[in-house]
Design a protein around this ligand. Structure first.
Ligand code: PEP
Length: 255
């Protein structure tokens, strides 16, 4: 399996944007624009928007994701949402370990791993985010850090489960900053993640796993980024809030 046979996935991450009625309107606008996609199309939306998103996406090729999941099945965890709750609500994917969660909400490699296991256990597909800060890059730690984060996130995840795992390489310095990694930097970062999979699981899993790039991917730069060997689509923040821009990215990944 290689670039040609790996499934490209374009996933929007809406972050803390859109009310339920705005969700319905945006998905209705997007549906016809992405209907011909030759890649998987996912929208990860705030918890409160999930019901509206699932309803609006019905009958279309848009799949719905959440932006986080708690690792316990149930209990006294005020404000948290379990994997079973998401599954029953019609969610198929879930973003785990986004750098905003790591930076602002104390996510660690351990909790990222626990959330990944909980998601897989419930039949959800985790989109696990890894990425270095600018300081870590400048100190020369990018490869070491990406491999470490990848392997830590996948502790106790079997090779069989890897069929349902997506990893997103998201350099922290490129997220929401308008600064995009160059095509070669994205390919190299994704390649470090793939190398970690090779070390942990061997060639079959390493070559079959979808590894996205994320960090200011937009309608203008998507085509050359997703053309890179190791880049199997993207995790898109800002540009996923604009139907036309998002659809151009989906088209770029459909080639
Ligand atoms: C993200 O939220 O994962 C992201 C990549 O954001 P942006 O595209 O806005 O940089």
């Amino acid at each position: 399996m290689n670039k040609e046979t790996r499934k490209a996935v374009i996933a929007g991450n809406w972050k803390m944007n859109k009310t339920p009625s705005e969700t319905t309107a945006l998905i209705n606008e997007m549906k016809p624009l992405v209907a011909d996609a030759n890649c998987d199309v996912v929208l990860c939306v705030p918890f409160i928007d999930i019901a509206a998103a699932v309803e609006a996406a019905k009958g279309s090729n848009i799949k719905i994701g959440a932006e986080n999941v708690h690792f316990k099945e149930s209990g006294a965890y005020t404000g948290e949402v379990s994997a079973a709750m998401l599954k029953e609500a019609g969610v198929e994917y879930v973003v785990i370990g986004h750098s905003e969660r790591r930076t602002y909400f104390g996510e660690t490699d351990q909790t990222v791993n626990l959330r990944t296991l909980a998601a897989l256990n419930a039949g959800l597909k985790p989109i696990i985010c890894v990425g270095e800060t600018l300081e870590q890059r400048e100190l020369g730690y990018t490869e070491t850090l990406l491999k470490f984060q990848t392997k830590m996130a996948l502790t106790n995840v079997s090779a069989e489960d890897m069929k349902n795992v997506i990893i997103a390489y998201e350099p922290v310095w490129a997220i929401g900053t308008g600064v995009t990694a160059t095509d070669d930097q994205a390919d190299e970062g994704n390649g470090f993640v793939r190398a970690a999979l090779l070390e942990k699981y061997g060639k079959d899993v390493a070559e079959a796993t979808t590894i996205q790039y994320g960090g200011s991917m937009n309608a203008k730069n998507a085509e050359s980024l997703v053309a890179k060997y190791n880049v199997d689509g993207g995790l898109i923040g800002g540009a996923s809030l604009k139907a036309e821009d998002f659809s151009i990215i989906v088209k770029a990944a459909s080639k």
